[in-house]
Write a protein that binds this ligand. Structure first.
Ligand SMILES: CC(C)(COP(=O)(O)OP(=O)(O)OC[C@H]1O[C@@H](n2cnc3c(N)ncnc32)[C@H](O)[C@@H]1OP(=O)(O)O)[C@@H](O)C(=O)NCCC(=O)NCCS
Length: 179
């Protein structure tokens, strides 16, 4: 199966519906979002703004995976802000990036698509001169993104209980792009 990674655009306008629907399906509970439209409003500026990044993985039939990342205003993100207060060793650089969402369709998982999107994001972030990429892994070490990201060189900095609206744990992981 050939997978194509498309950066900062969608192939068809209707793919935005897929992005909004997919984010809503996976994250409505941890993020306590009640409508698909809220995600749609969040995703559209992602495609228009150069400080935000989108990677969409397509197979022959359409989108099967997405990764959304952005310039890291860590102080604006409540979870990071809280973690910086609680873990004094947690340092960050203003020009770093953060991975905000990564999802692969269930029937396409464990085929390397998530890893390919992360590799593409790392490449894009390095090219932009960012020193670090952060992510918060939903459900911490027992979630899906923690084993993916730690395998790809992200290091766990802190695990916090009950950081999501559904009461689940979150692990902050970071990849140093300067090495
Ligand atoms: C996280 C996610 C995007 C991974 O996508 P994926 O395409 O299945 O990942 P890959 O196939 O590229 O995985 C590469 C490697 O990462 C590790 N890995 C990925 N998912 C894993 C999981 N659920 N459990 C254990 N290891 C995992 C494995 O080492 C895997 O290699 P292997 O299959 O040869 O063992 C996918 O599981 C997903 O969409 N989950 C639901 C949404 C979600 O929780 N997103 C993260 C929110 S923070």
């Amino acid at each position: 199966m050939a997978i194509e990674l498309v950066v900062n655009r969608v192939k068809n306008p209707s793919d935005l519906d897929w992005v909004a629907e997919t984010c809503f399906k996976h994250f409505k509970e941890p993020n306590q979002v009640s409508t698909k439209e809220e995600y749609r409003e969040m995703v559209q500026p992602w495609l228009d703004d150069q400080t935000l990044g989108t990677i969409i993985a397509y197979d022959e039939e359409g989108p099967v995976g997405l990764a959304l990342y952005r310039s890291n205003e860590l102080q604006e993100n409540e979870i990071y802000k809280d973690a910086v207060g609680r873990f004094p060793d947690l340092k960050y650089e203003e020009s770093s990036k953060s991975l905000e969402a990564i999802i692969v369709e269930e029937n396409h998982r464990r085929q390397g698509i998530g890893a390919a999107m992360v590799a593409k994001m790392v490449e894009e972030c390095k090219a932009s001169g960012a020193p670090q990429i952060y992510a918060i892994c939903w459900k911490g070490p027992v979630g899906d993104s923690y084993p993916l990201l730690t395998k790809l060189g992200f290091r766990c900095l802190a695990t916090m209980e009950k950081v999501y609206c559904d009461g689940s744990t979150g692990s902050i992981v970071m990849k140093d792009l300067t090495k």
